[in-house]
Design a protein around this ligand. Sequence first.
Ligand SMILES: Cc1ncc(COP(=O)(O)O)c(C=O)c1O
Length: 429
Amino acid sequence: MVNIEQSKSYKFAGYDTVELAKKYGTPLYVLSEEIIRSRCREIKTDFLDKHKNTKAAYASKAFLTMTMCKIIESEGLGLDVVSGGELYTAIKAGFPMDKVMLHGNNKSYDEMEMAIANDVGRIIVDHIDELYMIEDIAARLSKTVKILIRVAPGVGGNTHKYITTGQKDSKFGIPLAKETIDEAVIKAMNSRHIELMGFHFHVGSNLFENDSYIAAIDVVMNLYRRLKDDFGFIAKEINTGGGFGIYYTKNDSVKPLKYYTDSIMKAIEDKCKELEIDIPTVIIEPGRWIVGEAGITLYTIGAVKEIPDTRTYASVDGGLPDNPRPALYSAKYEAVIANKYDHKPDRKVTIAGKCCESGDILIWDLDVPQIERGDILAVLSTGAYNYSMASNYNRIPRPAVLLLTKDGEKIIVERETYDDLLSKERVPF
Ligand SMILES: Cc1ncc(COP(=O)(O)O)c(C=O)c1O
């Protein structure tokens, strides 16, 4: 076993990650409150304060706990939720409901009812049936519900096909075919319980260019003009979704937030001028951009298997259950051997997870120094879509989530136990 005291260890947000691994065990999700807050503040200075009539909602699918709701609330942002569970988390955290937007391509009646009963700020309608559902529930509860209609603008993002969403052939959004969209708009306009505020699109995730936003804006603003001409309908809002790319590896050409938001604003302003329509309130919904780089995952290296002239596999005590993204989208990550941070990498190893799946590989060909059982691996940029996508595959308990704050580190989600895995089981014989 390596003497980890002798080597310089990797620090994250000012904390010694080897110490954290020793104290809390591995695998361990580690999140920096300061990084999350600094991202929220950048949204404030470079978007909300810079451009009039703008709003930002954190896309909570990236990472959601009640503590995260508290951080987002205190930074003054709204919240995008996409299921009853995300909505319930926000309600339990006391998040201001008027700043919550409910998404989802197949919302259930119960989810709709929970949202309407709790006066959520917006429902993003994804299918015409939802308008009937909303009308029915809102009439019963004597409410008026503000909605946006999600459209598929026919523009895909240049990203993995599982995270491109704005193309015509998509499960998300109401198709822009005239008869389909007009039916939805007329239905919404004629409902006493629905107030149609505008439209929503989300072209894709982890995008490094702004062209797909600009193309989608063109399509949607043309729709605004046509709806004004055809029905006298004036859309007051446009929601351009999330999707801003973050740093995972050195191949990612990361851009600042304003690269996206300035061009979104300019495209909307220019197009409104050209079409002679009023500039709507602009809403963005970043998820990964707020929390992705704020998180790392710590693992302990176990079996190191060298296949002569072929490859060396180093297995960790987690993998696919705590981070399914490499298996799902061939997502790439960088990582360091935290207890040998000052050792020069001189070889490549492939980091394997511990699941019974050949596809459970976290990182192919990672540059490392000599590694051995007991070393601590820190995988970087795991704050988004790791904890929120985690499973118990192979009956592996989910890791704890540790928040690094100015006042010390705090466990915000306990590590699951084997008893947790059994807690919902009933044995009928
Ligand atoms: C409607 C919507 N908004 C926002 C997001 C957040 O995307 P990202 O985390 O890439 O910013 C998503 C991601 O799937 C989405 O579907």
